[in-house]
Design a protein around this ligand. Structure first.
Ligand SMILES: [Zn+2]
Ligand SMILES: [Zn+2]
Length: 358
């Protein structure tokens, strides 16, 4: 098939339009990238190649790697599905007796966890972690300079001001806010600039290349649930693949596993064991961060011996990320009341210990 030049151009415009709709957060560039100074980590002259290397541009290159990670995630799921369901437990479904009962139980739990983890995964990938409204600093600074008592909730839903979280005075918050010279905009408390997304992210935790997105105020819960369900699923897979090893290496000569199928089972076991062990560390680390209301970035900002100013007690810390509706704690969604009444989920203002104790 021969495409004319006009058709090729039309196709590339259409492809770029689909790309922008799929990944709106990453294609937004609200500010022109300034010429970075030739000092510090921005640009460094490479004496061997005789050219400048912009480390921030290298960071942006990680986004391309990120899209490849979605395919890698799909491939790992496919390999594991083949090994656990089609090779190991599927054939036992119709054997009858206890093995059929066990096969039904394992395949059911496997599918429930798989649906939950894929749901959480796409919620983290496609949900904006939260960006700073345009001219955010100017609005709040203007109010403060005019002597008008205000909180940062001017920029979020009006219902927020009637929330259960008492606002503190503007000066206290002003002290905690900053200014991002790269976005040329104000920085709310707990907000950080991501060099990969090239923008400020509300309550930024970290940039995760597995989910091709930053993890921040509005998708941290989805990320934690994704970690939890993936840990449970990979642990289940490690245990569920043991019978295939026994069948292959066991004394029975009539084992039904072909060398090809066993290679897939072996690969799936290695992958799942590696993920289960590393996810166990991540789950424990994020559980401790969640219960102390700290982000991965803020770990370095905390002073030893001083209680963290956002630590409001375990229950309140948990509710600031997971919401107050118990029925939705294990699902990647929030109730409308929580989105309206819990300022931390909006990401622009956060109650501190002084607010609660006042
Ligand atoms: Zn910024
Ligand atoms: Zn990012």
């Amino acid at each position: 098939m021969h495409l004319s030049k006009f058709q090729t151009e039309e196709f590339s415009i259409l492809a770029s339009d689909i790309w922008k709709r799929l990944f709106p957060a990453r294609t937004r560039r609200p500010f022109p990238l300034p010429n970075l100074p030739r000092i510090g980590i921005g640009r460094r002259a490479n004496p061997i190649l005789g050219m400048d290397i912009n480390l921030f541009k290298l960071c942006s290159g990680l986004r391309v790697l990120g899209y490849f990670m979605i395919l890698l995630f799909a491939a790992i799921v496919a390999v594991t599905y083949y090994a656990v369901v089609l090779v190991t437990w599927g054939p036992l479904l119709f054997h009858g007796g206890f093995s059929s009962f066990l096969a039904i139980a394992i395949i059911s739990v496997f599918h429930i966890l798989l649906i939950l983890l894929i749901w959480c995964y796409f919620m983290v990938v496609f949900n904006d972690p939260g960006s700073v409204p345009e001219n955010w600093r100017l609005l709040s600074e203007e109010s403060l300079e005019a002597g008008v008592p205000t909180t940062l909730s001017n920029h979020v839903a009006p219902e927020t001001s009637a929330s259960a979280w008492p606002p503190s005075d503007g000066l206290e918050r002003r002290r905690q806010t900053g200014y991002c010279s790269r976005c040329q905009n104000g920085k709310p408390p707990r907000c950080h600039h991501c060099s990969i997304c090239q923008r400020c992210v509300l309550k930024m935790d970290h940039h995760c290349i597995w989910v091709v997105n930053c993890v921040g105020a509005r998708n941290y819960k989805f990320f934690l649930l994704f970690l939890l369900y993936t840990f449970l699923e990979t642990t289940l897979d490690c245990l569920a693949l043991v019978p295939s090893f026994i069948r292959f290496f066991g004394g029975a000569r009539d084992h039904s596993l072909s060398p090809g199928s066993f290679a897939v089972v072996f690969l799936a076991s290695i992958l799942n064991l590696a993920f289960a062990l590393s996810l166990l560390c991540f789950v424990i680390m994020h559980l401790s961060l969640l219960l102390s209301n700290t982000t991965s970035v803020e770990v370095y900002e905390k002073k030893k011996g001083v209680r963290w100013r956002y630590d409001l007690g375990r229950k309140t810390n948990f509710e600031q990320v997971f919401g107050t509706k118990k029925a939705l704690w294990l699902l990647p969604m929030f109730s409308k009341e929580d989105l309206d009444n819990v300022p931390a989920l909006q990401g622009l203002e956060f109650p501190t210990r002084s607010d609660v104790e006042a």
